[in-house]
Design a protein. Structure first.
Length: 152
């Protein structure tokens, strides 16, 4: 493509956007939503839960809530079928996440080590909460709550 063709193409696109400003507005809205869902949740806090690890009973309860399956699910694949053996802080303890059932997910060793101390995106938490509605017991909230002000 020569410079004249490129300039002509750019002018055509600008003309289209000026004639139909809703296209530009739609692109802006989609971009903002996508960036918001892909951004990490919350922010690190200086307050740390004095309790670092989940008890054996809490881990066992998390495994049972998850149907004895790892809760990790890649974006475009099925949920992991491995047996969970580790209770993971969804929002990392090292970043201010609480050691509470509402901030715990049941993971297999592979997915727990892969996640490490990374902060989940809003999209990850939203997808986890939606998935949990299918397999959590009816009397247990699937909501992820990692802040100290939230109920455990």
């Amino acid at each position: 493509m020569n410079p004249e063709q490129l300039l002509s193409s750019i002018q055509a696109v600008i003309g289209l956007l000026l004639d139909h400003p809703w296209i530009l507005l739609s692109i802006a809205v989609v971009t903002l939503v996508a960036l918001g869902l892909a951004s990490p949740v919350g922010g690190a806090t200086e307050i740390r839960d004095p309790r670092r690890t989940f008890t054996a009973a809490e881990r066992r309860e998390a495994f049972e809530r998850a149907g004895l399956r790892c809760e990790h699910k890649p974006l475009l694949w099925h949920r992991c079928t491995n047996t969970p053996t580790q209770g993971d802080h969804i929002y990392p303890w090292s970043r201010g996440g609480r050691t509470a059932m509402s901030n715990q997910q049941a993971l297999c060793p592979f997915h727990n080590s892969r996640k490490s101390g990374s902060v989940p995106t809003r999209m990850y938490i939203l997808r986890l909460q939606l998935r949990r509605r299918r397999y959590f017991p009816g009397d247990v909230s699937p909501r992820v709550e990692w802040r100290f002000s939230a109920a455990g």
